[in-house]
Design a binder for this molecule. Structure first.
Ligand code: MTE
Ligand code: MO
Length: 417
């Protein structure tokens, strides 16, 4: 899948450069300014949210400091808040990543609009195929357990562990969560809208405010998804952990694109263009691309998330000397389920952690590791996971300018007292 998509993306970018792929949603002036600002892929995003902070802030739900660290319109879960929880991330602590702010939408008037050259009869944006919330809820439903993770999760460790400067929100490891999502397969909705064999890309678009970066209005948050992934396991979700989707997580309907970059899972879904020719948007030519000296000039598109692990402990936790404790954590990978987790408490030797419960392909694995620290003092805890494809967390993540996909082993400081 990754390799196919990487190859396809190369074609898509080449066509974009030759003027044969379209970037809907940008007016000509902004398109020229974007291009002038550094070409298709080379402009480094400021990633600064263009937030016009609404009353009460851009995020609707409460963000108590014991559950979240807040950065403007983004809030990350504190990992210690997962201690004692079950498999799923409760909604009250699920991270939020808003490019601008959470819109509060009305399900009764909401419509999903589908259009484009990849649908039978090529309906236009002005005369689209429409689906109401009630019609969507009447279609056969499916429930999946899947993580949503921001591709920038772990970004701060490029700086703190590798001494590298990258742009974007300085997340630790809390920009990830696992939920039970209920909804309708995108495949079902596309078939109903008249998907043709010629379709290559679908472009889902959010109803939140336009995103403005470095003074350029980039339009609605949107990112093309190849038709293969759209038909494979992508869900139009209207429930999260058994409740209607909360406003911050995309009410009334969001996309859930399992295992892929969080940006693919477009919230507050409003329109989907289905195209027989390749589509691009700034979210696959400029953002969510790996750019930098270790990558080809045009960069590499981000699809699947990488292997990661986190301890359910505060950053800089204090633990009791001479007492047996159980370190707990979770590991996950966009390539498939976790096969093995190892823990190190001494900076050198690795010992297996004990799996707790299931390791799901699109979810995570919980694990535990009993530890009796003898001497007081500072310690560095490490957890290292290997997934079903054999991918194991490395010691160093190759640098990319926007700090995506930090998959290296994270050095978690604790004090034993
Ligand atoms: N419409 C819209 N969809 C969006 C975003 C957004 O700002 N607007 N953010 C994306 C990003 S970058 C991530 S990581 C996930 C976060 O989902 P969550 O806020 O439900 O955790 O939503 C994605 N979908
Ligand atoms: Mo993200």
């Amino acid at each position: 899948m990754t390799n196919d998509e990487t190859a396809y993306d190369r074609t898509r970018v080449a066509q974009w450069r030759n003027g044969r792929a379209r970037m809907p949603g940008l007016n000509r002036r902004d398109l020229l300014r974007l291009t002038a600002a550094g070409g298709v892929a080379l402009a480094v995003g400021t990633a600064g949210p263009g937030v016009a902070a609404a009353e009460g802030g851009p995020i609707v739900k409460p963000l108590p400091p014991e559950l979240f660290d807040v950065y403007g319109s983004n809030a990350e879960m504190r990992w210690e808040s997962m201690r004692g929880q079950g498999y799923l991330t409760p909604v009250d602590r699920f991270f939020v990543r808003d490019h601008t702010s959470t819109p509060v939408l009305d399900a009764a008037t909401w419509r999903l609009k589908l259009f484009g050259s990849g649908l039978r009869g090529a309906p236009t944006a002005e005369a689209p195929v429409e689906l109401s919330y009630r019609e969507l809820r009447a279609l056969p439903s499916e429930t999946i357990t899947a993580f949503v993770e921001c591709t920038g999760n772990g970004r701060s460790f490029f700086g703190s562990q590798q001494g590298q400067t990258v742009s974007g929100t300085a997340w630790k490891l809390g920009a990830v969560g696992v939920a039970r999502w209920r909804g309708v397969r995108l495949a079902t909705v596309l078939a109903r809208a008249g998907l043709t064999r010629d379709a290559v890309d679908v472009l889902p678009e959010g109803l939140d405010p336009d995103y403005v970066a470095a003074g350029i209005n980039l339009g609605k948050v949107r990112r093309p998804l190849p038709v293969g992934k759209a038909l494979q396991d992508t869900l139009l979700a209207y429930e999260m952990n058994g409740q209607p989707l909360p406003p911050d997580h995309g009410f009334p309907v969001r996309l859930v694109v399992p295992s892929w970059a969080g940006i693919a899972s477009i919230k507050w879904l409003g329109r989907i263009e289905v195209s027989a020719t390749p589509l691009v948007s700034p979210w696959n030519t400029q953002f969510y691309r790996l750019l930098g000296p270790d990558y080809p000039a045009e960069g590499t598109v981000v699809t699947e998330q990488v292997v990661k692990s986190a301890f359910e402990l505060p950053w800089g936790a204090t633990l009791a000397a001479g007492q047996r404790q159980v370190l707990r954590g979770r590991s996950w990978s966009g390539h498939g389920r976790i096969r093995r987790v190892e823990v190190s408490t001494d900076g050198g030797t690795w010992q297996p952690a004990r799996p707790v419960g299931p390791a799901l392909d699109r979810g995570w694995l919980r694990w535990e590791f009993p530890w009796r620290p003898r001497a007081a003092g500072p310690y560095t805890l490490r957890a290292r996971a290997t997934d079903v494809t054999g991918a194991r967390q490395p010691d160093v993540t190759p640098y990319n300018t926007q700090g995506y996909l930090f998959g290296a082993v994270v050095r978690h400081p604790v004090t034993v007292a």
